[in-house]
Write a protein that binds this ligand. Structure first.
Ligand SMILES: C[S@@+](CC[C@H](N)C(=O)[O-])C[C@H]1O[C@@H](n2cnc3c(N)ncnc32)[C@H](O)[C@@H]1O
Length: 250
């Protein structure tokens, strides 16, 4: 019995942004596993069983998927965006590393998807056109002090930044603190892009100067792109173009 496990990214929301490789894996799957809203994006069909589970049970979900693959099923674990960016691929490998030895012999593949920061950057122009970093603002899996340190060092290194999981109902104060740190660490103003629900019918893109950012502009469906000191605005009717030039003078 040779099963397989594919960890696949569904992209930011629109069906057109799901790669053909991921579509083919879904078409061949016997079982799809994932967080409830992501599994809801998968069309039901005969021969396919959907297994939706709640947030924060990633290791249990990974173990369930690995057990089904061990039984010979063709399992696809779905994430939004890219599965390797703050998502299920690392959770599956954490389970493999600490789980039974036979899980290491399974046919395991990771299929990339379009991550939120790239979909958002494309809507705004090219804000990530020079060096950048991505920081998850959730302190569920790391201490808040580490988030503060990384924000300050990213400003010091003059990276543009993509901030994932900026603000949830259970920790509304974190993003306010992050904005205070950014305003304190940046000696100049710079554009910030609030990209909400990119590529879905609820999409909203706002460009705001850092000094004018309010915490309420972000929620858990928003990725926040903070410009570097070199990031520029091209004014025009409607939303301006935001881009970071490719070069920095010495
Ligand atoms: C648990 S992370 C998953 C990231 C995902 N693996 C990816 O590569 O985009 C969830 C966060 O991704 C961001 N996100 C996901 N989809 C988005 C979208 N369509 N528009 C804006 N942000 C999105 C938000 O910051 C959200 O809080």
């Amino acid at each position: 019995m040779s099963g397989s496990i594919v960890i696949a990214g569904l992209g930011p929301g629109a069906d057109e942004l799901i790669t053909p490789e991921v579509q083919a894996a879904l078409a061949a799957a016997s079982d799809v596993v994932g967080y409830i809203p992501y599994v809801a994006r998968i069309a039901e069909r005969p021969g396919l069983t959907l297994h939706a589970s709640d947030n924060r049970v990633e290791i249990d979900r990974a173990a369930h998927a690995l057990n089904m693959a061990s039984e010979g099923k063709n399992v696809v674990v779905v994430s939004s965006g890219d599965p390797g960016v703050f998502a299920m691929a690392a959770a599956v490998f954490e389970a493999v590393e600490h789980g039974p030895a036979h899980w290491r012999d399974l046919d395991i593949r990771v299929l990339p998807g379009i991550t939120a920061m790239l979909a958002a950057a494309a809507r705004a122009g090219a804000p990530l056109g020079h060096d950048f970093c991505a920081i998850n603002l959730s302190d569920n899996l790391k201490p808040w002090a580490l988030i503060e340190k990384r924000l300050r060092l990213a400003v010091e290194a003059d990276f543009a930044m993509a901030l994932y999981n900026p603000r949830s109902k259970s920790r509304p104060e974190g993003f306010e603190k992050a904005l205070d740190i950014l305003n304190d660490a940046c000696s100049d103003d710079r554009p910030v892009i609030f990209a909400r629900a990119v590529s879905t019918p609820e999409e909203a893109i706002r460009v705001v100067p850092l000094t004018g950012c309010a915490p309420e502009l972000a929620d858990m469906r928003t990725v926040v792109l903070v410009g570097a000191s070199t990031t520029r605005l091209i004014a025009r009717d409607g939303t301006p173009i935001v881009y970071t030039p490719r070069s920095v003078s010495s």
